[in-house]
Unconditional design. Sequence first.
Length: 140
Amino acid sequence: MRRSLVVAAVLWIAAIASAQTREEFKIRLTMVPLDGAMRATVAGSGSGSATLTGSKLTINATFDGLPGAATTAKLHRGVTTGVRGSSFLDLTVTKGVKGTATGSIDLTADQVDSLKKGRLYIQISSEKSPEGTLWGWILK
């Protein structure tokens, strides 16, 4: 009986430790891919970090140099790194030409897999470029 309790305690401690693993990721915000018509409406840069603790992803990014005030910031999942995809989370963003984009979400197992494969990115849109001004892939 005592041995069973010891084994159960060890397994419980191991489960808690593995559930709280923490991974750090970097974000480099650059201009979205441009065509000739976008040159006057897309500019800026920024950086940030993302932390995965268990399945909870927390994002903190800063940006500067937008040609117009930021309007939205969203978390997206692409098919692969560098290929645009659908958004699935609205981030909190400063409504200015410089500021921050922040947020957190409990990811599904599939979304965690996409994160670890470099398929998640944030995109900031602005008044002058509502389809995207800056984007940044969340990478190790």
